[in-house]
Design a protein around this ligand. Structure first.
Ligand SMILES: Cc1cc2nc3c(=O)[nH]c(=O)nc-3n(C[C@H](O)[C@H](O)[C@H](O)COP(=O)(O)OP(=O)(O)OC[C@H]3O[C@@H](n4cnc5c(N)ncnc54)[C@H](O)[C@@H]3O)c2cc1C
Length: 469
């Protein structure tokens, strides 16, 4: 897609200017790079940028952004490129600003229990580094071996452990941001308490790269739980799984994670990964993680969760109490998304409802699948009500896929909102969910948010074409 007349196209002169800022090795216009940085993990979308720039420091980010602001060139920040809503796609051309060179863990502060990192640090690398010191950074998107902290902050990433530990937002205590006009701003600090003025840190978290580029991030850490148990629980009917989920909370238990996979998700993943997996014929599986510091307490909780599941109709309760067996089960769960992608062109709807409404959500999906004739794969973070509804194209005609299926998505989102939920729990609005945002937000909220965007970015250069319909 070419840039709109409002924006300037990138010229040779601009390329020389970027080279002067970051060095010629870090400015790329070759077709392979433009193709690679024109994609993320969202469906089959491709929007090649005009140039990819790789700054190595906050000063370089600032110089590139300031230059683009003057010239009105679109800037799309990018970290790990694993986004599922098209947030990092340069839909109006211009510059992709990749922070992947800015990948240093600057500090792990044991006393204040904070980490200070650059935005290109891979999430799993940070987790490993802090865990070696007995600390814990809980947010665990299933993409954590590839995605980066900068992208996690921009999307307010969640993951299975959000149930007990919260999402990225709950760990971001301070930010250095390059604003769209090229000015730099520091928010927050290593402070557990801070009510001086509006909470700009929280405004930036989840802003999907539209309000500025994060160049340094302060994250809260907590002590690492000493013990973890994982239970794999198959059910012959998926409503049994939701009865068990309900029972767990009624018993006042709080697992670290309760993940749901329907039969389609398990069958597709077992076939694509060629990993043997027990109970591929079950209607639904729950993967439940319990953690804590006292082995006897965690074991007691695991037993109680097992009893609740059996009462709800579980076919079996398998316990994985060794790290190796636990990792096998979690690796299978993490592989579901990729397996779906390999099976068919698909659309993933990141629905979230109060967890007691999950049976209604699944009933709605089934009804829509029957009526519109699509194959649905449902899996995700049942503990916090966040289920990824994957609509597979398979044998549907191009016309049905492009013209009819959006009506199914709209109906799904309307039902989700009627259940007290919303249209995206953790993947963001980005490019693909923009048309549906008015279903989730009242017009007054949309108006205020648009005005905020204009206040931060009067020239509209920062990740244009995103979030707002
Ligand atoms: C297999 C798979 C599993 C996934 N599982 C989960 C999951 O469990 N939970 C979950 O929440 N998500 C999940 N995701 C989605 C995705 O990984 C997350 O949204 C993640 O936070 C994106 O991080 P990233 O570094 O890849 O960001 P990118 O895709 O590069 O960018 C995402 C957004 O962040 C912006 N951005 C990037 N860097 C910066 C910066 N420095 N400053 C400002 N804005 C910036 C971009 O402009 C874009 O809007 C999954 C994705 C895949 C492919």
């Amino acid at each position: 897609m070419t840039a709109k007349p409002w924006y300037a196209s990138v010229t040779d002169l601009d390329l020389r200017a970027f080279e002067a800022i970051v060095g010629p090795a870090y400015v790329r216009t070759d077709p392979l790079s433009l193709d690679k940085y024109g994609r993320d993990e969202t469906e089959d979308l491709v929007f090649p940028p005009e140039v990819v720039v790789f700054p190595g420091s906050a000063e370089e980010v600032q110089a590139v952004v300031r230059y683009c602001y003057r010239r009105r060139i679109p800037v799309t920040p990018r970290a790990g490129g694993t986004g599922l809503s098209g947030g990092a796609l340069p839909v109006l051309g211009g510059v992709v600003l990749s922070v992947e060179r800015m990948n240093r863990i600057l500090e792990i502060d044991d006393v204040n229990m904070m980490a200070v990192v650059e935005p290109g640090v891979v999430t799993a690398d940070l987790q490993q580094a802090v865990e070696e010191r007995g600390l814990f950074y809980p947010p665990d998107p299933a993409s954590r071996f590839v995605c980066c902290i900068g992208g996690n902050v921009a999307e307010n990433a969640g993951g299975p452990r959000a149930l007990k530990y919260g999402v990225t937002r709950d760990y971001v205590y301070g930010l250095d941001v390059v604003l769209p006009n090229g000015r730099r701003l520091r928010t927050g600090g290593k402070l557990y308490k801070d009510v001086a003025g509006y909470d700009l840190t929280r405004l930036f978290v989840g802003s999907e790269g539209t309000l500025g580029v994060f160049t340094r991030i302060i994250l809260r850490l907590i002590p690492k739980p000493a013990v973890q148990w994982t239970l794999l629980v198959p059910f012959d009917a998926w409503d049994g799984a939701f009865r068990a989920l309900r029972g767990i909370f009624e018993a006042r238990l709080l697992p670290a994670a309760v993940e749901f996979m329907d039969r389609e998700a398990v069958v597709i993943t077992a076939a694509r990964t060629q990993r043997p997996f027990p109970h591929t014929d079950a209607a639904a599986l729950l993967l439940i993680q319990l953690d804590g510091d006292d082995p006897a307490v965690v074991e007691g909780q695991a037993l109680r969760v097992g009893e609740v599941c059996e009462r709800a109709g579980a076919r079996d309760v398998q316990v994985a109490d060794t790290p190796a067996r636990q990792e096998e089960l979690w690796a299978f769960r993490r592989a579901v998304g990729e397996a779906v992608k390999k099976t068919s062109v698909y659309k993933e709807e990141d629905t979230v409802v109060p967890r007691d409404r999950l049976p209604d959500l699944l009933t709605t999906v089934r009804g829509l699948a029957q009526r519109y004739g699509f194959r649905a794969v449902c899996y995700g973070h049942a503990g916090d009500g966040n289920i990824h509804v994957n609509i597979l194209k398979m044998g549907l005609t191009e016309r049905t896929w492009r013209e009819i299926l959006p009506h199914a998505t709209k109906e799904l989102f309307e039902a989700v909102v009627a259940l007290g939920g919303t249209i995206t729990g953790e993947h963001g609005v980005g490019w693909v969910q923009r048309p549906y945002l008015p279903i989730a937000l009242p017009s007054e909220s949309l108006r205020l948010q648009r005005r905020l965007k204009r206040l931060f970015d009067p020239r509209g250069i920062m990740n244009p074409g995103k979030v707002f319909p």
